[in-house]
Design a protein around this ligand. Sequence first.
Ligand code: AMP
Ligand code: GLY
Length: 434
Amino acid sequence: MTKNQQPEELKRVLIVGSGGRENSIAWALSKNQSIEQIYVCPGNGGTSNFQKCICLKPKSEDEETIICECHRLEINLVIIGPEVPLAQGLANKMRDEGLIVFGPGKDGAQLEASKEWSKALMIENNIPTSKYWSTSSKEEALEILKRFNQPLVVKADGLAAGKGVTVCETIEQSQEAIKEIFSGKFGTAGNKVILEEKIEGPEVSIFALCDGEKLIVLPPAQDHKRLLDGDKGPNTGGMGAYAPALLVNEQELKDLTDLVLIPTLKGLKKKNIKYIGVIYAGLMLTSSGPKVIEFNCRFGDPECQALMPLMGEEFASVLFACARGEIENAPKLSFKSECSACIVAASKGYPENPQKGEKLSFSVESNSSLQVFHAGTTVDEFNNTITSGGRVLSIVAQGETFDKAFELAYSNLKGIKFDGMHFRKDIGYQVRNI
Ligand code: AMP
Ligand code: GLY
């Protein structure tokens, strides 16, 4: 559909990405009656498990080829899942070609792609965040650290696949992290460094669907970033999540919308950025109030996987309306009043050096309260499902209480096996009786 035509019915969707996030979005959209076909490009070994969903693997994954495929398949709506294509401007190129896209352009994606840019936006718009310094000189960074005389959190400015942040316990660790960034550990993402005051408190993720002008807030979720039980071990992409996070009640979510989400969208507008897509704010609830630790320009993963089963069937129509800049024409988005639990099963060696190529066996039946969302999987020529990444899949379950949801998820996880499989046993400890 081109911009000047009347909106068509939403029949064919293309989702860009291959993770658990994209798998769960495809599953949620498949519930919409009017949608006939959902392509996931490139998708994964679980894509075609869902009704109407298939992988689209064009000969080349370059932007032009994907855009040609969208025209050939008469795609009505494109959803771009991951941050990298957003930061590279895929949404701009698609919109220039007349496609309807859910996901910000290159300018808005700086919210995630440059920590310096997003910190400046927060300061300009009085959005609470920790104190920071940014510099492109190693000497200056070390000098700031010396002056501050306390361990600082050290961040590479650009996208570093979730690995660019070091939370330091000592000044020596901060020095080491600064030196590592300037020695090129994260390539050009480390051309600048951000030093941040260390803050403390529970973390919660909040999400808004935006149409450039207005927004709809989703239930909050809580991620588990560390690899091991008890929030120990290295940071990962996320080992599990649950939603809605009880850390923030309805009134507090409204307050956070006024304090963080609306000012962010307004701040973007002031810069002439029509932000269409998800604003994801990672917050820390400190003793002196909530503070933003990061913005992302897409759904969180695994938070998205816990959230999707809570969305009403109209979710697809809401994304379509956002993508057209017409949130007011969307049906009211409803959320199931259930507790949703997501546990990630990872490969041996994740996150440093995940082992791939292991055969999976399944003896688990999905149903209306239980989903298996694939991430790092593929299907071989004999139709076996094989691991192909660090976070392999997730089991997601819903129940009246978090105890019931987690009990269902953990008991069904026993039905999934592959060599080297590991997962946290304590996901949701904040809301369970364990
Ligand atoms: P990010 O990649 O920005 O999400 O950071 C990864 C993790 O580092 C966050 O989830 C926090 O746990 C931690 N972190 C980031 N910034 C700070 C900060 N200023 N103070 C304390 N912890 C932080
Ligand atoms: N779950 C954290 C992220 O998606 O960045």
